[in-house]
Unconditional design. Structure first.
Length: 337
């Protein structure tokens, strides 16, 4: 029923726990495609994977030259025999019912293309408060509507938590290599294609945060990469939902916010004005556009607003002001940071 695609590189220390969590699943009809992405740890990673493959025929050990996560994922999906593809990383741990509950949901909902789940933070909460806040935000987005409206802030789907139908990569394209986070680009592209995504309310994965995690050390995952890759998809989405397209008003007039919002300009979006609360900016012209006070925002009958302020809690504060003025999420405004 399920093919679990698990890339690993120099992961001998964490792999046993990850693989044992899969071996202990309540649903037994699965295979694990463990792709050794050119580990150079003197055979340690390969030895762990080979031992599990000898012990349990459901664990398949694939060895490849080092090509990165996209190449490893592509190889694993190509070798998969399951009806559903589940993702897993070598440093994470599944709860026992993860595969059962996600497969059951896909079986029950033919219209659903991808299902995720809530995750538990598997790191040092004090040292990684930003990461913990991201997980809390992710866990709050469960419905397809939540995910559609949240996707342009950041990725609402922890990559190793997802399960999707095997035909989706062939139908809409699989992981792509580039100067962007491969999972986020995939979710954006599939959502644009109409794939329905949902998150189970159960916590079914412990998502760990080691110092060497790609999202911490690889430039493809820095904030600029997220804003660059989502700009084109956001512009296409705005063309469908914004009654004033291509015109928008951007909440936030700071230098970083402006630079991020201006990624939309090459895609044909026109920024008419900025909204801010900084008295040093309000009433002035910044980057050729007027700065209005947030509380003086025109009504939803005259403009579409993109909150682009990324500081924690700012989007929620802006949303409260907008909704008090009659703006509706997804119809009159859409957070983009």
């Amino acid at each position: 029923m399920i093919s679990v695609v698990l890339p690993a590189r120099n992961a001998a220390a964490s792999l046993p726990a990850a693989l044992e969590s899969l071996a202990g699943q309540t649903l037994a009809d699965f295979e694990v495609l463990a792709v050794d992405d050119g580990s150079d740890d003197r055979g340690a990673t390969s030895a762990v994977l080979a031992a599990f493959a000898r012990r349990d025929a459901r664990f398949r050990h694939i060895v490849r030259p080092h090509g990165g996560i996209v190449a490893a994922l592509t190889a694993g999906i190509a070798a998969a025999r399951g009806r559903y593809i589940a993702r897993m990383d070598a440093d994470d741990v599944c709860r026992p019912r993860r595969l059962e509950l996600q497969a059951r949901r896909l079986d029950a909902r033919p219209d659903l293309g991808l299902v995720s789940c809530r995750v538990a933070f598997g790191g040092n909460a004090r040292a990684a408060r930003g990461y913990l806040a991201h997980i809390d935000w992710c866990n709050g987005l469960t419905s397809p509507a939540d995910i559609r409206c949240g996707i342009f802030r950041e990725s609402p789907l922890p990559h190793p938590s997802v399960m999707f139908r095997r035909e989706l990569p062939a139908r809409h394209g699989g992981y792509r290599q580039g100067d962007f986070p491969e999972d986020y680009e995939l979710w954006l592209r599939w959502l644009e294609a109409g794939v329905v995504m949902e998150k189970l309310p159960e916590t079914l994965l412990d998502w760990h945060d080691p110092p060497g995690r790609l999202s911490r050390v690889d430039p493809r995952y820095d904030p600029g990469a997220f804003f660059r890759i989502k700009a084109g998809y956001l512009a296409a989405h705005l063309a469908r939902i914004n009654p004033f397209h291509p015109h928008v008003v951007v909440a936030g007039a700071g230098r970083i916010t402006r630079r991020r919002a201006e990624c939309l300009l090459p895609h044909g979006i026109v920024i008419d004005a900025w909204l801010d609360i900084d008295p040093d900016k309000v009433g002035k012209t910044v980057a050729g556009r007027p700065v209005l006070h947030l509380h003086d925002v025109p009504g939803p009958e005259t403009c579409f607003v993109l909150p682009y302020v990324a500081s924690r809690g700012a989007t929620e504060d802006i949303a409260a002001v907008l909704e008090a003025r009659g703006f509706a999420l997804g119809r009159h405004y859409l957070p983009a940071a």
